[in-house]
Design a protein around this ligand. Structure first.
Ligand code: C2E
Ligand code: CA
Ligand code: CA
Length: 770
């Protein structure tokens, strides 16, 4: 059994898979075979007559064959049965042919033709039926009526042997056919499988795929490609890619196809845009490659298409962001510098001039602070719009942030032309700007102009020059136009030098702190000192603070400088207090700049200095200029409060010059008002100044604050201040600011003077202390 099973299995394995033909295909082949059977039947009628068999005989033989044809066509029979019947019909036809021919050997070849035809069924039933038929037919008829089968004696005498021989050939033909069939089926199935696999990849791919023929028409497209283009497969299959390629890209894309189809290149990538069926534009990335036949001829192009619209959009947005200002949409500093560089290079070639205008909106900060940032942004946008309209098409208007704008004018003849442009820009500020809720604001602009006429002008330098000129316009009262000139250049150069030197001043130990005594007007006793910085410049000597503090403020250097002064002053005075425990302790006042106030670590810096120096916290007074305090009152208040929590006192410096609102003053946690020396100077001569000083002192007292008068030079001023009730004062009358050693000497002298004064009470007027 096992052996038999083994044989069967071997046979089955040897037989073709029998992957059945599709019904349609089978039916069409079957129709052909049945048709052939009928052709034979008709042929036999005539052949029988020619061969002299008579009509009845011929008709009978033909009808047997025709009957097989009819039965094989009956739909109620299954496919197998009909195939076997058809096979019997065909081999039957062979048998009739042999019979009518009188057993001619050559006519037997018909059997082999038939066996060949039967392989069309791709089933082995018909072969088997044919084989059995041939053996039985040759054997039985060969034995009974041999002349109908054979026409030579050897076969007539031994019909069964010759039946076996014929059967053997038929079997061999069948086997040959089966083998061919099996081989075809195997390669066919591999092909089929890989085709199937490819088809699935093609159809299900997330990227678009398509092929076009040599005429550029689509041959195949997948679902993803349909989705990208918005067209259905049926629509695409009668189109060419150009039909939905964006017009700008048509030539390029046509050229690419031509290159591939001509064989000039095997593959190429290109980015282009499609117009979708719904009209939307999509950006696509196409990887195209030529399809070649086995001989290397290009028979089409295959494309892989990716929708990169979102990626492109994001990239464009990023690029735009990097080079444009978010509020106004204008180019930003980077883009401006880029264009300026190109312009300067161009102007060098063409010997014409390039102008850079730097424009700052006057009082913009006021709008922003009082009306809010939204209003500020609206104002900036309106300004940008108006200015843009007033410029020529080729000019570049950029916003540098804040209220700063820059204009690049190429191809100007001379500086006068640039001035005209600047005047046009200024003129756009004349009409009020209307903000949200119909609020109208009027602002002006300060404009600086710098000209470039050679490539030696670096863009950054040009911009800086225009900025300096703008600064000059501000200094000279705003709402003006200034042109950068040689004097400004010299100033700018010296500024640059000073800045460079100042950077090293701290590290090189060039900063000095001097101290000016502050006296109590009651008993003219020293109560404290004000720390004032100086710069011991290696070449320029002792530089007064007003010559470098503004620059330090602008560059931010004031922050480390201020920290240094604070630390130095606290340490010096703390040490003096420790060394003179027998005398009343000295307080020390230190000036703070706007930039220092804005730096977030200030309270920590102050706390750290107090700890390290050992100065009693109530002895430190921080002086802040009135105008600085009022600039951003809310922020100032918060900051003052956190400084107050450290236990230090706060003085409002230069009081009377900064338009303090009484309201703020009341809410600020300050302790001292320092009366500006410009008012003190007029004491005794200007009744107005006297009134102001008296008013400030009154105000201070009303608010519970102490008053300090600055810049007292004359004994009369000291006397008047005393009469007005001023608490303390400082000035050259008592002492100039002194370096620490000189201060020590001065303070020691005070003890002597005061004690001698005490000793001589009632003996005469006070001696001159200065
Ligand atoms: P300030 O805070 O108002 O300092 C007082 C200025 O008046 C000092 O000028 C002082 O020398 C001067 N002065 C004092 N008594 C008299 C007088 O009787 N007559 C005249 N005409 N002037 C007198 P200085 O030292 O040149 O300082 C100028 C300004 O520089 C200071 O004005 C202050 O605003 C700033 N400053 C000085 N040191 C520093 C500092 O360490 N940090 C900061 N942020 N600013 C400082
Ligand atoms: Ca001061
Ligand atoms: Ca002052």
């Amino acid at each position: 059994m096992a052996h038999q099973g083994g044989v069967l299995a071997t046979i089955r394995r040897a037989l073709p898979e029998g992957r059945a033909l599709a019904d349609e295909e089978w039916a069409s082949r079957h129709r052909w075979i049945v048709g052939l059977i009928y052709v034979h039947a008709v042929f036999f009628v005539f052949y029988g007559l020619i061969r002299g068999f008579g009509l009845i005989h011929s008709l009978t033989e033909a009808s047997v064959v025709a009957t097989a044809g009819v039965v094989a066509s009956l739909p109620i029979l299954g496919r197998h049965t009909r195939a076997i019947v058809a096979a019997l019909g065909l081999v039957g036809a062979s048998a009739v042919f042999v019979h009518l021919s009188g057993g001619v050997v050559e006519v037997h070849f018909h059997f082999f033709v038939v066996i060949g035809l039967l392989s069309l069924y791709q089933e082995w039933g018909p072969f088997l039926a044919a084989l059995v038929f041939v053996v039985l037919h040759h054997g039985v008829l060969g034995a009974v009526v041999p002349e109908t089968v054979y026409n030579h004696d050897a076969a007539v005498n031994r019909p069964w042997t010759w039946a076996a021989i014929h059967g053997g050939f038929v079997l061999a033909a069948s086997v040959a056919n089966l083998i061919a069939w099996r081989i075809n089926e195997q390669t066919g199935s591999h092909l089929h499988q890989s085709e199937e696999r490819f088809r699935r990849v093609f159809d299900d791919s997330a990227v678009g795929m398509s092929t076009v023929d040599p005429e550029g028409r689509f041959q195949a497209v997948n679902q993803a490609f349909c989705e990208i283009t918005g067209y259905t497969e049926a629509e695409l299959l009668v189109m060419t890619p150009s039909e939905f390629t964006l017009e700008d890209d048509v030539v390029r894309s046509h050229d690419a196809l031509a290159l591939l189809l001509s064989g000039a290149t095997q593959s190429l990538d290109m980015e282009k845009s499609y117009v979708r069926k719904d009209g939307a534009i999509v950006n696509v990335f196409n990887s195209l490659s030529a399809i070649q036949d086995p001989d290397g001829n290009v028979v089409g192009v295959a494309g892989v298409t990716q929708d990169v619209t979102d990626r492109r959009r994001a990239e464009n947005a990023l690029a735009h962001q990097a080079f444009h200002d978010a509020v106004t949409g204008l180019p930003n500093r980077n883009l401006f510098l880029d264009r300026l560089e190109l312009a300067v290079a161009r102007s060098a070639r063409h010997h014409n001039m390039t102008a850079v205008l730097f424009l700052d909106v006057d009082r913009f900060k006021w709008v922003n602070d009082s009306l809010g940032h939204a209003a500020g942004d609206t104002l900036l946008r309106s300004i940008a719009e108006r200015m843009q309209e007033s410029l020529r098409a080729g000019d570049t208007l950029a916003r540098f942030g804040g209220d700063e704008f820059a204009v690049l004018c190429e191809d100007v003849v001379d500086v006068n032309e640039a001035i005209v442009v600047a005047q046009r820009l200024s003129a756009t500020f004349v009409a009020p700007f209307i903000l949200e809720d119909d609020r109208a604001v009027t602002v002006t602009a300060s404009v600086g102009i710098a000209m470039a006429n050679s490539a030696a002008n670096r863009p950054e330098a040009l911009l800086r020059d225009a900025d300096s000129a703008m600064y000059r316009a501000k200094e000279r009262g705003r709402d003006r136009i200034e042109v950068f000139d040689d004097e400004m250049r010299a100033r700018a150069m010296s500024r640059l030098e000073t800045e460079a030197a100042l950077r090293h001043a701290i590290d090189n130990g060039e900063l000095r702190v001097h101290y000016q005594p502050i006296v109590d007007l009651d008993g003219e006793r020293v109560v404290g000192v004000e720390a004032l910085v100086r710069w011991q410049h290696p070449e320029r000597g002792l530089v007064p603070p007003l010559d470098f503090i503004p620059l330090a403020e602008e560059t931010g250097l004031i922050v480390p400088i201020g920290s240094y002064v604070l630390s130095e002053a606290c340490t010096t005075i703390a040490n003096w207090n420790k060394a003179h425990r027998d005398r009343p302790p000295l307080a020390v006042s230190v000036n703070l700049s706007a930039r220092q106030l804005a730096s977030p670590g200030l309270p920590n810096v102050v706390a750290g200095v107090l700890v390290r120096s050992g100065l009693a916290r109530e002895l430190l007074c921080l002086e802040i200029t009135e105008s600085v305090l009022m600039e951003d009152a809310d922020t100032s208040r918060d900051l003052l409060e956190s400084l107050k929590r450290l236990g230090v006192t706060i003085a409002v410096d230069d009081f009377g010059t900064g338009y303090s609102s009484l309201l703020y003053l009341r809410r600020f946690p300050v302790d001292v008002l320092k009366i500006d020396r410009s008012f003190v100077a007029g004491l005794g001569t200007s009744s107005e100044d006297s009134a102001i000083v008296s008013g400030v002192i009154g105000l201070a007292h009303a608010l519970g604050l102490r008053s300090v008068a600055e810049g007292v030079e004359q004994p009369g001023q000291a006397v008047e201040l005393g009469m007005l009730g001023c608490d303390t004062a400082q000035g050259f009358y008592w002492s100039r600011p002194l370096e620490p050693a000189a201060l020590n000497v001065w303070l020691d002298e005070q003890v002597v003077t005061i004690s001698s004064e005490t000793a001589s009470v009632g003996t005469g007027p006070s001696p001159d202390l200065a």
